[in-house]
Design a protein around this ligand. Sequence first.
Ligand SMILES: Nc1ncnc2c1ncn2[C@@H]1O[C@H](COP(=O)(O)OP(=O)(O)OP(=O)(O)O)[C@@H](O)[C@H]1O
Length: 707
Amino acid sequence: MSVPQTIACLSVPFRTSRSLVACSRRVCCSSCLQLPARLRFASTGIVRISSTKPKTSTMSVPTIDRDYLDGLLKRRFFFAPAFDIYGGVSGLYDYGPPGCALQANIVDVWRKHFVLEEDMLEVDCTMLTPYEVLKTSGHVDKFADWMCRDPATGEIFRVDHLVEEVLESRLKGDKEARGQATEIPDGVEEKKRKKKVKEIKAVKLDDAVVAEYEEVLAKIDGYSGPELGELMKKYNIVNPATGGPLSEPLEFNLMFETAIGPSGQLKGYLRPETAQGQFLNFSKLLDSNNTKMPFASASIGKSFRNEISPRSGLLRVREFLMAEIEHFVDPLNKSHPRFPEVSDTKLRLLSKTTQQAGRTEVTEVTIGEAVQTGLVDNETLGYFLARIYMFLIKIGVDHNRLRFRQHMANEMAHYAADCWDAELHTSYGWIECVGCADRSAYDLTVHSNRTNEKLVVRQTLAEPLTVEAFEVELDKKKFGPKFKKDGKKIEQFLTTRTQCELEDLAKELSEKLKITADVDGVAAPVEIEKSIISIEKKTRLEHVREYTPNVIEPSFGIGRILYSMIEHNFWIRPESDQRAVLSFPPVIAPTKVLLVPLSNNEAFEPLMKELSRLLRRAGVPAKVDDSSATIGRRYARNDELGTPFGITVDFQSVQDRTVTLRERDSTKQVRGTVEQIITAVQRMVGQDAVPWEEGTKGLASFEAASE
Ligand SMILES: Nc1ncnc2c1ncn2[C@@H]1O[C@H](COP(=O)(O)OP(=O)(O)OP(=O)(O)O)[C@@H](O)[C@H]1O
């Protein structure tokens, strides 16, 4: 028996007219969902506006001596500018041994947390990507930022960053001036007072202007190029160094272009994200998953973006490691089977409504509540926000310096249903470290339309479905001879119309006895008479439902996460003379154990060798420091590298095979047999280690165990 059903629309109702640009209605009809071959998203592609610059916030955070930290990271070779001895190239960095180990450990945790625990399908796709792929995805036309040039000096600025910097510095000046105005002591000589008042007046802003600037800053991620141009004019934004005028904003595509092969004919790019490889392999992945839905693929690899002004160390670079997940889900059912496991997770959320009101305060709510109230669009998206949170906390991110910021409507790609960035607070301000977007069916649809390869799921229906839809029929005998070489393009145009567009065309056909349309690649408007074409609503019985999955995409920038996490774990021992500590959780620390003999007395050698061997066998990365420096000095050096444990071999060790174990953060020491200590260390450093959030919890549990 056939069961008539209504199927909800793929495009999110009442979002904006941009959600389906080609469609004349604000809400598209059910058939768009059901008949993917007829889906048509206008390929205006990617909307890419955001920044790593500080955003105004009332949060109080520890101030970091960034020069000191930068010096440390360079001195201990976590990372350093690439091609240094040639003067370097901005936005390119090399990682040294501790940086490499840290990155590898973060990636390991990521792989276990997502790929293994979620049973995802990992792929490794090429970085060189042909032009056609990125043209279709929208990157060739739209993966761009806005820049402006100083014609006098040739300097180039990224416009949103410039506007942000200038307004922030004016606000800072205003704040200082207001402070100083109340501070001029009574006894100050009149002339000096007048001078001071004049200086203060020069930078002090009206209350209304302050409010306006704050609103602009809260919305800075959402302005288009022309809007940024307007802001530059309105607020008289010039080259901050010279005061010289700047050009109008120009779009600059961020992809590195190249030619593949010796002929130079095949144009290509270095990929700007790993996602496209995953979309193109969708059908193979679906097969690998025994055609079961939903499922996720994952990929870890380098991406390349020719940033206009790379800066802030690892935060904005031109080559970086990304870890991306594409979770393919039925558009009619975005629930997630494991959502109940995470629904109590509390997240700090900054909603689009708050930002649109020019404010930046966060609300802490459970993800269950956020999904239920519709603040987060659907369960799958909510599930991933919670899992992203758990991952970041596991690798040492500070809960209070992590927020999820929702994209404002004008900031999102037109096809995206909802989008949240996990932002980490650093000395550079709030930094987007993970983007998590519901990209709807955009990518699979455009690639499918371009290649005529179906990137769909076929679901056998328990009950057949009665479907009413407009269908186009052509009288091929007349159509072919009339349109000759343009026939294929016109046919493709007709088969890629949405149901709403077909409805309009059907009306036009019945009223005017012909339809007229502009078809891509055909010079003049195309006219097709009623004798050649019919467009009618037909009813059919479907036994198989065919749909294009929607995609939820969490996208991680490993370098940004790594650097932000370093800041969150950097501190100076108060009692020491500038002794820095990096309190990495053991699971990601580059080296887990420092082995130190009390001195370089030969008597310690056999036990040192044995300890090294036992730790190696236990899979615990360890390093020996048998230099002549004092033990305190050796530990201090390793605190800077974030080594969580130290094992000391002394004269008692030689006699009774007991050693001391020192914990980095508390500097507490306990003594135990070699076997006890190795077992305890092993338990505290692995992926399944005792959670580290409580600082010395691992050590405390060791103490308890060894009593
Ligand atoms: N130039 C870059 N340097 C380092 N990491 C980057 C860079 N661009 C993007 N990323 C990382 O890749 C992730 C996903 O990329 P996405 O395209 O969402 O970033 P984006 O919105 O373009 O970032 P932004 O607006 O800050 O340039 C980001 O969350 C970030 O961690």
